[in-house]
Design a protein around this ligand. Sequence first.
Ligand code: ZN
Length: 232
Amino acid sequence: MSHEVMEQAKPLSWPPVTESSALSAVPSAARDAVLKFYFGPMDCGKSTLALQMNYNHGRQGRRGLVLTKHDRSGGPKVTSRIGLGLEAIEVDDSLDLVRLVTATRDRIDYLICDEACFYTVEQIEQLADLVDEHGVDVYAFGLASDFRSVMFPAAQRLFELADEVCRLQVEVLCWCGRPGQLNARVVGGAMVRTGEQVMIGDTDASLVRYQVLCRRHHRAGRLGEGSAQQAV
Ligand SMILES: [Zn+2]
């Protein structure tokens, strides 16, 4: 049987399934854009993955924007602890992300949103609008929970809305050797459980630092041996 005949025969031999059947062929052009959220404690490689993903998409000829908020560099950049870095758009609370993308002269295919836990909930809604109404793929990266192990509002909204949520676990260990899951805020050498939800630490001049602990030791408030010497 020639190819041509097969092509023509197809509709006749196709089972008369309903349009909504999972078996019905979906045109590839109908692929929906996606909203994905990658989360994990600090040092788990979120920013590194964000930069890698931007590089990969760029190589495929896709156009994207890289956004961040409160990056560790203190500037509008995505930087990773292993030394990679890229200029980025700083997201302040008043920035309308839909307007940002639609006002860009070139068609934008995807967004890389680093530190998305610090965005406003409204901005997470805007990301979903970009996916659903503008066909933009959104890859968001960030912490899930704060130093009290309470979810950031933006992270919670991402959990609720994302097509896919992925926990990143890249060899971040608690002092006890268990996987690190939660960030503890350490002020003057002691773990604290009250205070502002967002407080940027870990810079040289800061009295505040963060330490990754397993759930058990976060709940028990144990920073481990030798942490008194590490503390500022
Ligand atoms: Zn532990």
